[in-house]
Design a protein around this ligand. Structure first.
Ligand code: ZN
Length: 205
């Protein structure tokens, strides 16, 4: 489990990244860290991209309804204006943000802010997603969380899309995605190649 670092002398800001597949508990881990900071009387703000409308406008909702209110923003540059006097900034669904998120969270860290970023590390194709690979490169601390493969029970690292849509961003939960291990993810893709795209995938159980 991630424990907050101790500081000697002047406190500086830093960046933490929580990454993983769908259903891996990224948002739950983000909320856990933010709640701990709140209990310690630190000023906490959370942001998510406006594109993510799954739970309405104003909150980050984890899958167990253990949520914290969050502010939707259009562009990562708004983080710089909305975090005066804030000690800890949470950013959820970071993969949907613009590439400038990488620069902007570094600016926040230089202002002495602890920034905790959560997001999908890979898209449904298994490719690095949006600004996440750059964030992983510049972060002080990285936590990769795992789901459980819905087919074999091993640790899952991939988000397998159940529908034939090939756009990178398709919002959905268990109606559209399964968490799969590397092997089951690739087996699924191989089977897909043998059938028509329109009938290639089945609805989840
Ligand atoms: Zn598996």
């Amino acid at each position: 489990m991630f424990l907050e670092p101790h500081f000697k002398g002047q406190r500086s800001g830093w960046i933490e990244v929580i990454c993983g597949s769908m259903f891996s508990g990224k948002t739950e881990e983000l909320i856990r860290r933010l709640k701990r900071a709140k209990i310690a009387n630190q000023k906490v703000e959370i942001f998510h991209p406006k594109i993510d409308t799954r739970y309405g406008d104003s909150k980050v909702v984890s899958h167990d309804a253990n949520y914290i209110l969050s502010t939707p923003i259009d562009h990562s540059s708004q983080l710089l204006d909305l975090t005066d006097g804030v000690n800890v900034v949470g950013v959820d669904e970071a993969q949907f943000f613009d590439e400038e998120l990488v620069e902007n969270v570094q600016k926040l860290a230089l202002r002495g802010i602890r920034v905790i970023v959560a997001g999908l590390d890979m898209d449904f194709r298994g490719q690095p997603f949006g600004p996440m690979p750059q964030l992983l490169a510049v972060a002080e601390y990285i936590t990769k969380v795992h789901a459980i493969c819905q087919h074999c029970g091993n640790l899952a690292t991939h988000s397998y899309r159940l529908t034939a849509d090939d756009k990178q961003v398709v919002l959905g939960e268990k109606d559209r995605y399964e968490a799969r291990c590397r092997t089951c993810y690739h087996m699924g893709n191989i089977l897909d190649l043998r059938t028509e795209p329109s009938v290639k995938k089945t609805a989840p159980k």
